[in-house]
Design a protein around this ligand. Sequence first.
Ligand code: HEM
Length: 377
Amino acid sequence: PFPVYNRLRQTTPVRYDETRSCWDVFRYDDVHAVLKDPAAFSSRRALAVREKETILTMDPPRHNQMRSLVNKAFTPKVVNDLGPRIAAITDELLDSVLSQGRMDIVHDFAVPLPVIVIAELLGVPPEDRHLFKEWSDVLVKGPEQNTDEEFRQVIDEKIKATDELTAYFTKIISQRRTETAEDLISILLRSEIEGQKLSDEEVISFSILLLAAGNETTTNLITNGVRRLTEDPQLQQRLSQTPEDIPAFIEEVLRYYPPVQAIGRVATRDIEIGGQRIKAGDQVVSWVASANRDETKFDNPDQFILERKPNSHLSFGFGIHFCLGAPLARLEGQIAIRKMMERMKEIQLQSGIQLTPIPSPFVYGVKEFPVSFRTLQ
Ligand code: HEM
């Protein structure tokens, strides 16, 4: 899609798309202007069936309150303490495929890692993890053929998964009310701002949001990173020799192959962006994947440059809704690549493989990424 964004940024940087009934915004400065102005560009939107209002779809002042509460639970300490566990889970996943010399990065590695990490963060016992994987797959599923029947079927599956998750979390919450534990749900239940506490329902919706917002995105970050390493064997060799470059590598993967391509808002009043008059109530789609390749912001934007500094990509959004899970996603991405570099070399896409993109214009990733490799340890 990137050559298309480059063209649209030049020809129609802000355009109204009649077929989708929304505005598209392609330049860095315009995307930035939309995201930093929640008063003019609201995050509130029509909710899907069974979808509850969450932090993601709130505007100030409610958003500030909710965000301060969850920030208290999602602290750098909580995230950093997960480091050794993430490394151990990563090793376990690699242990089970290493001797074969080949694996599917998506299914064997990049899908299970974030699911297991979130399950642990929420304090879900290991024997229930497979349930979590199934539920979280359904939550992010989109219809693939676009027939009415398939659409209804996907909606039904999502309703079922949400109901099951709600029942599951209700059970967990009632256990946690009687014992003191340090998992995220227990911390959320205890946290308080100006005498305000989260209701059980709010804790449940937030936990479900974490599954929906954190799993597929991190899966694609890891897969896109490995994809980049197979496209550039020299870079692969360099990272294996200088693992201290891995954080910069992950930032550049985020800019170059962003898992989330675009972010939606609704105009609350008539407002001008990039010389176009947007009307109150209009939908506005900000293409961060295009902003990340804007030549007025990044030198040689179509080149993958490990030394890029600063690297002010917008892949985690910007402003008040900036991704809450960014530190966790970065940590998982870094550990995943570090472990692969420690234990594998000559990682290559298996020959004759035709990559299948994930069928959503807003997600950048592939369905499978089968590689061959040699083992180091
Ligand atoms: C918000 C991307 C991983 C939880 C966002 C937003 C983006 C984003 C673009 C802003 C949405 C908006 O402005 O409307 C990503 C990417 C990830 C990732 C690319 C992986 C590479 C995670 C993880 C978690 C998470 C691991 C949690 C475990 C959230 C939450 C919000 C959010 C709760 C809402 C924050 C708010 O509305 O204040 N993410 N995300 N994300 N993300 Fe992430």
